[in-house]
Design a protein around this ligand. Sequence first.
Ligand code: SF4
Length: 358
Amino acid sequence: MGFTSEHFTSEQQLHNEVNRNRLYEQETNRLFDLLANAGYQYEDCSTIAPLTSKINRFKEEQNALILAHHYMTPDITFGIADYAEDALGLIRRAEESSADTIVMCSVASLAECVKISCPDKKVLCPEKLAGCSVSDSITVDDVYRLKEKYPGVPTIAYVTTSAAVKAVSDYIVTSANVRDLIQALPDKQVIFYPDHSISSSLNAEFSDKEIIGWNGTCVVHDNYSVDQVMHFRQQHPDAHVLFHSEVNPDLYLHGELHGGTKAMLEYVDKHPEVNSFFMVTECGLSDQLRTKYPEKKFIGTCSLCPFMKMISLDNTLLSLDEKNSWKYEINFSSRVLEGARNAYLKTEYVLGSKRHGC
Ligand code: SF4
């Protein structure tokens, strides 16, 4: 009996399938090594292995860099991201990279910030509808009204504002560099928006300056109450309690630290003698720390950001598919890009040699 072309085709298909299964098994093992401490079972890793394999292949083919905010889920942070950082760290990574494409696994306002700092790169956001309650609290008209009410007072936009709001602001900051900027400005009054907790906390810290704030609140960090933290402290007297700056400043008295995500991570790193922590912030941070420090306990309730959690392996894969990527690409009108970039460069100028990003 002779061999037909159908025989060769089915043999080739079988060979391809065996190879693919072998690759998926290797990927499952790689993922399980990374994710077991974050609570993933081997079966979970086996389910996501085909997705992470494809994303990592596309990433290589397209000279792309995948950046993940600390609030992403561990499958993204450990499975596909080149770096997981806070907002400032991600912007620095994008600036330093020679990649042609940056995939920002984060809310859209942060992806926009990377486009503002790296206008020549293609920046993809896997879910452009991933907004933010803080960002949604202020519009361009609100900024114009503030400028009218406080003429000549510099306006400082937080990283979670829309590109249009950034474009009509004087400066752009993250929680990691807002203090450096306020310190460096000669003005006795500044307007900072939109996060209310951060502006209250800045007012308490800068006794010689007035920080005019806005009423934006973070749906994640606004969830915590003094009673909840006091109750936790009674149950776990040895644990250290670390607050993110977007938490209501009334709670800060009851913890060991308040600061940005980077400051919280550094605190854990610098306190090897402490075995348990309550990270009063989004759940992604504790997930990441559990993997990094399996011997420590990260206890207490955490809060999920519904916006950050809109980013998934599925939509990240879609964004890297060249047929679709235009739908995920961040672009602005030239007017918005020019305005936001001016604010970005002005911030860089005031901060001098301190690298800062958006
Ligand atoms: S954690 Fe708060 S500030 Fe950050 S994206 Fe979510 S809602 Fe916005």
